[in-house]
Write a protein that binds this ligand. Structure first.
Ligand code: ZN
Length: 465
């Protein structure tokens, strides 16, 4: 066995998921369909000296796709500078159509939305290859029951320039409501069409010693419109699966956005990680998926890391890979719970009459002004508004009822709580300020039946504020 220590874990090419899934088999070298050698990334062949280039990524994914029926690579968009946005579908066999993806049993990896945070992308690329070539029984069984979807480079223009934003400088991870960028539109289309049960978002962060310096940090959706069951699964993913897998591999872990006292481990202050719905982690939760943000530390903090940048780079990628092993174990062991939680969250959109939260977070109660205690039946868009936001609504998968050149957007639909966040002028980042329709007529959006108790995370029932 190759010990999963910091310095050596990267050496194990394609170790399979045996260790992940709890089966103790020796690590085996992967074998392609025709015995072809599995491709390696530029990062791997350089031993972490440099990041994989985009031409190398294209060759790598093409080679993986040729070698096995487990992988399909599709173009799902193009950036402003003409680079492809791609989706890799993995399964045994690879799902041919969106409807072949297993609801609740699918994991979407969104890798390196920020172009200057490359470790997630490297972990995603090598993981695609490892899943494609793995021969161990645990991985084969996992892929027979699970669809893994990967956007390996979520911000190709930003990666090419080694900068956070895309070519316009827009932060893609603040664009998951407005969908002004090709990059966020591509991800929204995947969420709509494949409806992944788990959405795992790979990032990196700059530490502040001594308060904020763990190797890998996680954070679940804090947005209060995330259903209780989905929120519970997301915290389980973070605390019961990703964190233990990362610690087992020899890395330290913590919660993103929270500084802690280095002596006691107690929280000192919160510096990031709020409930903003335009962030993918939160948007996923609002849409009924188990979202998780993962962040690895960029900077070298030990003498060994400082002395050898390649070693530091490998630590960043290896800790991401360890987190992914935890995520796959979660998808495997919690598959029934994930399916139940995500299906119930979407179903509740038809019956829930509870409040919608325009602000707050799971660790910061919404103010009265941030609570729509009695959400309207629908929002009315005039022709001008609909012309401006109709495309974004369609990409989100929000149902609309056209009238003339405008439209009504009912709340009774799977994405119920998303609708006010998109269309209410009092929300934090609405697309437009549509007109609330308090009560719908017979046969329209509201059929007048009573609703079930609220599925949102807030405590206050409607009418108490
Ligand atoms: Zn980031």
């Amino acid at each position: 066995m190759i010990p999963r220590s910091r310095g050596l874990a990267h050496v194990a090419l394609a170790v399979g998921l045996t260790a992940t899934l709890g089966v103790t088999l020796p690590d085996a070298p992967p074998a392609g369909r025709a015995g072809s050698a599995p491709p390696r990334t530029g990062f791997e062949t350089s031993h972490g000296v440099r990041w994989t280039t985009q031409p190398e990524e294209q060759d790598f994914l093409a080679a993986v796709g040729r070698a096995t029926s487990r992988v399909r690579v599709d173009r799902i968009g193009a950036t402003a500078q003409g680079r492809p946005l791609q989706l890799v579908r993995i399964g045994a066999p690879a799902p041919a159509r969106p409807q072949d993806v297993r609801r609740g049993n699918s994991v979407l990896l969104v890798c390196s939305q920020h172009g200057d945070e490359p470790a997630g992308r490297e972990a995603c690329l090598s993981t695609v290859r490892d899943l494609a070539y793995a021969t161990d029984r645990a991985t084969r069984r996992f892929l027979a029951h699970t669809s893994v979807l990967v956007v390996p480079t979520a911000n190709p223009d930003g990666r090419a320039a080694d900068r956070r934003g895309n070519s316009d400088g827009t932060d893609i991870n603040r664009d998951h409501l407005a969908l002004t960028t090709a990059e966020a539109r591509a991800v929204a289309g995947v969420l709509r069409d494949y409806r992944p049960g788990t959405v795992y978002d790979l990032h990196e962060y700059g530490p502040t010693a001594p308060y904020y310096r763990k190797d890998l940090l996680t954070l679940w959706p804090r947005n209060l419109n995330t259903s209780d069951a989905v929120h519970r699964e997301a915290t389980a993913l973070a605390e019961e699966f990703v964190a233990p897998a990362v610690r087992k591999a020899g890395f330290s872990t913590g919660v993103y956005g929270i500084w802690t006292d280095p002596r006691t481990g107690d929280p000192v202050k919160q510096v990031a990680g709020d409930g903003q719905e335009r962030i993918l982690r939160n948007a996923a939760g609002v849409k009924g998926a188990v979202g998780l943000l993962v962040e690895t530390r960029v900077d070298a903090l030990t003498d060994a890391e400082r002395a050898d940048p390649a070693r530091n780079n490998r630590r960043r990628v290896d800790s991401q890979r360890a987190g992914l092993r935890g995520a796959f174990t979660f998808a495997d062991r919690h598959r029934a719970r994930i399916e139940a939680a995500t299906a119930a969250a979407r179903r509740s959109g038809y019956t829930d009459r509870g409040p919608v939260y325009l602000g707050g977070a799971d660790n910061e109660p919404a103010t009265d002004a941030e609570i729509l205690a009695h959400p309207p039946c629908a929002y009315r868009l005039d022709a001008t508004q609909f012309a401006r936001v109709g495309n974004a609504l369609a990409l989100h998968g929000v149902a609309v009822r056209r009238h003339g050149r405008g439209a009504d957007v009912p709340l009774r639909q799977p994405l119920r709580t998303l609708v006010p966040l998109l269309l209410d002028g009092r929300a934090a980042s609405p697309l437009t300020s549509a007109t609330p329709v308090p009560v719908c007529g017979r046969g329209e959006a509201d059929n007048g039946q009573g609703g079930e108790p609220g599925a949102g995370r807030g405590a206050a029932p409607p009418g108490t504020r």
